[in-house]
Ligand binder design. Structure first.
Ligand SMILES: *Cc1c(COP(=O)(O)O)cnc(C)c1O
Length: 361
């Protein structure tokens, strides 16, 4: 076997021990006569798996009791449409802060349902910074304020929680959830597709302050109604049981490793190492994001000469470092270094980058 260090932006690397456990339990889950993926979602086996995953996520993220946790399908993008449907009246204004590609997606999905007010955007500067909170012109009666906690493509991350007063803050945490301690009570809604920091693709976590579920929202089918999902314990229809189970294994792994405080420590170490190689390369490599808002999860970088991109990628692959090609919107390279990427993987990448510079300098 030759598992590489996988820097994919998502679906992304998973801990080997989690994959092994899933392999061990594939044919039969704990003496139950069948694989977990073959059990009814309403049977005691899966109910236990589902309940443990929620309890473990709550422990991991210190989610207060007055917040509900939903496990849904449809990915983060679907939530970007459901959020206005559930939390805004038809035609009401909702405020959006755009700090990269995914902030734009959020607006695109919301536009059919709300009057979108883009209160701040860093697009003119190429998404290399986050407009200061003091510059945001919030609407008077906004249903909510939407931010993208970490921009996966542009590598820009909020390093503190903006204060939006009584207006609920809704945050797309797809690529940074559970990567460091976060005060959940400062948010109205936190949502995240699982495939970056929580587990496999196919399941999405929505953490929502319970009082917001009492908002009437807009005319919508029951299946688009978060309150109905809560009442139905995220089983209004057949949930993605395998993905939920895998997410649960990953939660147990994170708790056993020391929880989010430990991952925050590792993630800071990994990011510091990579940025120091980039900044110390004398311009051979460059990252253009303002230092204060550089992402700890996704590190986009460019080589000083585009002609070196191809050899960089092929030599990296030969060295056991895969999926470093940047998003097509930006070009260059991108190293995604989520929770499941070990420090040694980033050390291997840092060493490779220094070595590559020496050989092709
Ligand atoms: C990956 C990603 C998305 C899209 O997630 P899907 O699950 O594919 O819908 C949205 N927002 C952010 C920040 C992401 O990283």
């Amino acid at each position: 076997m030759s598992r590489a260090f996988n820097f994919s932006a998502g679906p992304a690397t998973l801990p080997e021990s989690v994959l092994r456990q899933a392999q061990d339990e594939m044919l039969e889950w704990r003496g139950s006569g069948a694989s977990i993926v073959e059990h009814s979602h309403r049977g005691p086996e899966f109910i236990q798996v589902a309940a443990e995953a929620e309890a473990d996520l709550r422990t991991l993220m210190s989610i207060p009791e007055d917040y509900a946790v939903l496990f849904l399908s449809g990915g983060a993008t679907t939530q970007q449409a459901l959020i206005p449907l559930n939390f805004a009246a038809a035609g009401q204004t909702a405020d959006y802060v755009v700090t990269g590609h995914w902030g734009k997606t959020a607006i695109k999905q919301a536009k059919p349902y709300v009057a979108v007010n883009t209160v701040a955007s860093s697009e003119a500067g190429g998404f290399r910074d986050i407009p200061a909170r003091g510059e945001w012109q919030l609407s008077k009666d906004a249903a909510y304020v939407h931010i993208t906690a970490n921009e996966t493509i542009h590598g820009v991350e909020f390093r503190d929680t903006p204060d939006t007063g009584d207006v609920p803050l809704v945050a797309d945490f797809s690529s940074s959830i559970a990567s460091e301690p976060v005060d959940v009570s400062k948010y109205g809604v936190i949502y995240a597709g699982a495939q970056k920091n929580l587990g496999p693709v196919g399941i999405t976590v929505v953490i929502v302050r319970r009082d917001l579920l009492e908002r009437a929202g807009q005319n919508r089918a029951d299946i688009f109604n978060y309150a109905s999902h809560l009442k139905g314990e995220s089983m209004l229809n057949t949930p993605p049981t395998w993905n939920w189970y895998m997410l649960g294994l990953n939660m147990k792994w994170m708790l056993a490793e020391g929880g989010v405080a430990e991952f925050a420590r590792r993630n800071a170490e990994k990011a510091a190492l990579l940025y120091s190689v980039i900044d110390g390369s004398g311009g051979y490599y460059r990252n253009e994001v303002a230092a204060a808002v550089r992402s700890r999860m996704n590190v986009p970088f460019f080589l000083h000469d585009e002609a070196l991109d191809k050899p960089f990628l092929s030599e990296a692959k030969a060295a056991g470092l895969m999926a470093l090609k940047g998003h097509r919107a930006l070009g260059g390279m991108r190293a995604s270094i989520y929770n499941a990427m070990p420090v040694e993987g980033v050390k291997a990448l840092a060493d490779f980058m220094k070595d590559f510079q020496q050989r092709h300098g």
